[in-house]
Write a protein that binds this ligand. Sequence first.
Ligand code: AMP
Ligand code: MG
Length: 408
Amino acid sequence: MLSFEQARQLILENITPTGVEQVSLLDAVGRVVAHDMIAPWDMPLWDNSAMDGYAVRSTDCGQVPCRLKVTGYLPAGARGDGVVVEPGCAVRIMTGAPTPAGCDAVVPVEETDDGQQEVALLEPVKKGQHIRLRGEDVASGAVFVRAGAIVRPPEVNILANFGKAVVAVHRRPVVAILSTGDELIELGRTPGPGEIVNSNALSLAAAVMETGCIPRILGIARDDRESHLEKLREGLKADVLITSAGVSAGDRDLVRGVLDELGAGQIFWKVGVKPGGPTAFAIYGSTPVFSLPGNPVSTMITFEEFVRPALLKMLGQQRVLRPLFRAVLREDVQKKPGKVQIVRVRLEREGGRWFAGSAGNQQTAILKTMVDAQALAVLPADSGNFAAGDEVDVHFYGNYCDLMEAAR
Ligand code: AMP
Ligand code: MG
């Protein structure tokens, strides 16, 4: 059977980033920069003052207090050309103003008597102090935002500094979401006997939205070939298709058969992971098709482990897997060798280590444990039972913000 790691690798090998579009700077927020951004000029563009104070020659200020004649004034926005600091003189200067010729230090106003005609310097002066040098932030020609970076407020700021009103970002894939099953009803109706609300479509849409892709809910395919044909055909027009349920070995499990009929080439079916074993993956043209098991916990976990990295790669991100870190198990965990087992856990920080306790009943039908989980422990395929005190790999999942508090 295909291992968890092999399945992920096969998926990522078959995924390429989407094309590039130009969007306005604020529309780029949360999006992924498509190309390395090269500085068109030095930043800052000229040597300038880091303080409100006086531009001076440091050699004039050998011992303090010393007195200098004030011969000019440079507010922010002033052009410094033509202004010179002569020996024995100082020029009043405001933060950001270009430093005048001759000066090699700025003395903050707080270290002077704030004189207008003449100024007394009260503290020793070091050559170069409080001067920001041309290009010291970013030199012309240097990369200032890398391809693959997500646009956040700092990226917006530096892009704006370099005059980038539009930014090349990867296109956001449209992700079609199809639920299958005769038992399903849409949200808004109270389920009768045997009926289940199509909650997977909504939680998949939410998970797609969290990645930055665009969900398109297609509704429900009934457990017959015609309904599957119609809905899957529509879904294959999207950039990505995700189906839930109907992918096990039951006689009503039609998804794989109909996808095959439509020409979507299956890359794999069945993975050595619990939950999520029946997951299938196919490619139709350039559209990846993820067929996830229908059990809502399995659907969410397989999305997290298999679909999310693929969507992030399509969006142009370069680090698509959540970082793993080690945590000490609070309880024994029963496990048979052969498959990766994914356990929903809560985390606590104690004595510089993370501790992972079960988030609740681990049966795949238990949805509340998913709500309570802060992280998923990924137990390797080849190992058997774990004992309390063993260290395992975990990664964050879900509502883990409160953990940042715990970690302090
Ligand atoms: P299946 O994979 O078709 O055997 O479905 C497995 C379980 O998941 C069954 O209990 C289904 O009722 C449930 N299920 C399937 N699809 C959905 C859905 N869209 N939303 C919520 N539960 C579902
Ligand atoms: Mg079904």
